[in-house]
Design a protein around this ligand. Structure first.
Ligand code: ADP
Ligand code: MG
Ligand code: MG
Length: 250
């Protein structure tokens, strides 16, 4: 489903991703762990198509199609979903309005008509209800004054609404509180399925106590330096990343 080969990317001429390979098949949950500064968030931004990131070599395909050639909204239309470490706050835009715009942008890019407002309202209320999101929260400005847990709930609501093929979640380095952790893990577990792939980026093993990944990767200095099963996450928690930093530097 996602196939990344020899990906190199720079920010302001500084190489950050340095030959990254990653293959995610439909139905799989992959975790990427690694020390701070190894380029985990850069990978998510490059996949999102954010400006400032220059891809200098390699490829990234989603179901055989070149992701890197697509505009950001086209990537979303093709079924890529990204949740960033630092979610956007938009004071003037109600969460509900944002969700509607996101869903309709995806539909338009797929050649479908906008979802009529009553149908959208019904759909979003149904999904929000399941996630314990109140109608009041949907009226508030996007992520403005949201707690960590509320931001995560909102992120999972977006994911549930857009029904993406591939979800990339970049989780905060400072650690989620227990409420946010539960929201993310329950959200991911509920959406797990044979047609959908996940890449969960996390500095700590804690999230992986709640989401059992199929594959765990260690990223250091801009590339994947080791791949294993769920047990690798526990090993990392016990031993830290020092070995990998030495190895990547060599
Ligand atoms: P991680 O998410 O693994 O902690 P990042 O992708 O955030 O790593 O950062 C990787 C490297 O890129 C770091 O050395 C960081 O300082 C650098 N970096 C990230 N964003 C920028 C930027 N906007 N401008 C310059 N350097 C950056
Ligand atoms: Mg970081
Ligand atoms: Mg990061």
């Amino acid at each position: 489903m996602l196939s990344i080969k020899n990906l190199h990317a720079s920010i302001e001429d500084k190489p950050i991703l340095r030959g990254l390979d990653l293959d995610v098949k439909a139905g799989e949950v992959h975790a990427i762990m690694g020390p701070n500064g190894s380029g985990k968030s850069t990978l998510s931004y490059v996949l999102a198509g954010k400006d400032d990131y220059e891809v200098t070599d390699g490829e990234a395909l989603l179901d055989g199609e070149d992701l890197l050639e697509m505009a950001a909204d086209e990537r979303a239309a093709k079924g890529l979903f990204l949740a960033f470490q630092y979610p956007l706050e938009i004071p003037g835009v109600a969460t509900m309005t944002f969700l509607k715009a996101a869903l309709n942008a995806q539909r338009r890019a797929r050649g479908q008509d906008d979802l009529p407002t009553p149908q959208f309202m019904k759909l979003v209320k149904e999904k929000a209800d399941r996630l314990g999101i109140s109608p009041e929260m949907l009226k508030r400005g996007l992520n403005v004054g949201f707690s960590g847990g509320e931001k995560k709930r909102n992120e999972i609501l977006q994911m549930a609404l857009l029904e993406p093929k591939l979800c990339v979640l970049d989780e905060t380095d400072s650690g989620l509180d227990i409420d946010a952790l539960k929201v993310v893990s329950e959200g991911v577990n509920a959406l797990r399925g044979q047609d959908r792939g996940f890449v969960v980026i996390t500095h700590y093993q804690r999230l992986l106590d709640h989401i059992t990944p199929d594959v765990v990767h260690v990223m250091a200095k801009g590339r994947i330096v080791r791949t294993g099963g769920p047990e690798l996450a526990h090993e990392l928690e016990a031993r830290g990343y020092a070995d990998y930093l030495d190895q990547a530097a060599a």
